[in-house]
Design a protein around this ligand. Structure first.
Ligand code: ATP
Ligand code: MG
Length: 409
């Protein structure tokens, strides 16, 4: 009999990934015993605007069912990722007068409300309002202001908003698949939860999560989230380059990239060749693996250049003492770390979910599971804070309606 199950659901443009785990309570940072994972291809997402709810619903259902089968338990709710170029993130300050001599929970709550009270257009909703730090009178950089003496309390809150159409479509697909969204979490923040350490966030780090159609960026220093961005390029661009460069169909190009690709041409033996389809059906021809690597390297070079430009423009590069962490499905390409090291001229490592995981942790130890695992870990954090948000299993049978009713009344 399992209790307190958490599910993370990452609806990507190329596939939907589900991760189910049981919470490991740890006062420093909660973890998960991984029980099940599932994946399904998605075809209905274009640039994160859900164009085909039926297809997405099907991918949600089959990825979660696969994960549930593996886990031997069912879940009733998920922590769902949200991304796409409609996302906006900003910092907002709230200021209140401290009611008594020292700061109370009530003051903090009022301060959060003030910081969150920004005007939102009718087509947008708030996804996150994350308190970052506080200032009491003239003392800044306070993580927990409770009990401090002062007259003026300020809170810095990181606000993330999304287009309502995007979040509505995610909810719709999840509901139709027979589940419920417990919370929406911004994909780059979920990814960072899975692959960045608290030390790295303190020293300064940029997570670069390269998926199929987007590259997510999350920058931390001084223990705070400083910047997130969702850039409109990813592994699909690499595949499209191979389609053009090798004159082969998209599916072949994708397979060639995933099986024979390399991001750093100088790592490839120039004499090595691979078979690709020839001009007429049934025919094959040999191409140098080095040529494939050249095509991929050129494009990745440009993509990393854009990431670097983004970091530079915002004055973030100089804060990255711990360097760059690369993850996401495209990070599985060999040589990507070497290439990134050369471009960023700073420490670069591959990020895969590892810390705080037990059980079938091997199943998620791949860069494409970063966001789904991060979503489940986010849920574990929430549960540790509030005691809510888990799928409860009683006597091996999930009482979907029962838990829902209990929360409702
Ligand atoms: N071994 C590999 N080498 C190169 N690319 C790979 C490899 N394995 C997977 N990919 C690429 O990773 C991408 C999928 O990554 P991921 O699953 O993170 O994307 P997604 O979440 O569906 O997309 P997005 O986050 O952009 O919506 C695809 O472009 C795929 O071709
Ligand atoms: Mg993704």
């Amino acid at each position: 009999m399992r209790a307190n199950l958490i599910a993370g659901l990452d609806i990507g443009t190329s596939r939907t990934c589900a991760v189910i785990g049981e919470i490991i309570a740890d006062p420093r940072r909660p973890g998960l015993t991984i029980l099940g994972v599932g994946q399904a291809r998605t075809g209905g997402l274009r640039g994160d605007l859900v164009t085909n709810i039926e297809e997405i619903t099907e991918s949600v259902r089959s990825s979660l069912e696969e994960a549930e089968l593996m886990a031997g338990a069912r879940v009733d709710r998920v922590y769902a990722g949200i991304g796409g170029d409609h996302i906006r993130a900003t910092s907002s300050m709230g200021v209140v007068a401290v009611a008594e001599d020292e700061v109370t929970a009530d003051d903090v709550e009022r301060c959060h409300i003030v910081a969150r009270a920004v005007a939102l257009p009718p087509d947008r909703e708030m996804v996150h309002a994350i308190p970052q730090e506080y200032r009491v009178d003239h003392q800044a950089g306070i993580k927990d202001p409770m009990g401090m003496a002062g007259v003026r309390l300020e809170a810095e809150v990181f606000l993330v908003t999304a287009a309502i159409t995007a979040s509505t479509n995610i909810r719709k697909a999840v509901n139709r698949a027979g589940y419920r969204v417990q919370e929406m979490v911004l994909e780059p923040l979920a990814g960072a939860r899975a692959v960045l350490t608290e030390d790295e966030k303190e020293v300064g780090v940029a997570m670069v999560e390269i998926g199929a159609s987007t590259t997510d960026l999350a920058v931390y220093y001084e223990g705070k989230i400083q910047y997130v961005a969702i850039l409109p390029f990813g592994g699909n661009t690499l595949t499209a380059d191979l389609v053009r460069g090798l004159s082969i169909p998209y599916a072949e190009a994708q397979r060639t990239k995933e099986q024979h690709g390399n991001a750093f041409a100088q790592m490839v033996d120039p004499r090595e060749t691979v078979e690709i389809p020839g001009p007429s059906p049934g025919q094959h021809r040999a191409v140098a693996r080095e040529l494939i690597a050249h095509i991929l390297e050129q494009r990745l070079d440009e993509m990393f250049g854009l990431v670097q430009g983004e970091l530079e423009d915002r004055g973030l590069l100089e804060h990255l003492g711990a360097g760059i962490v690369i993850t996401g499905g495209t990070a599985a390409i060999p040589g990507i770390v070497e290439l990134a090291q050369q471009i960023f001229a700073s420490p670069v490592r591959l990020g895969v979910p590892r810390e705080g995981l037990a059980g079938l942790a091997d199943a998620v130890r791949r860069p494409r599971f970063t966001v789904a695992t991060g979503l489940a870990l986010w849920g574990a954090d929430r549960f540790a804070e509030t005691g809510r948000g888990a799928s409860t299993v009683t006597s091996g049978v999930l009482t979907k309606l029962g838990t829902w009713l209990k929360e409702f009344f």
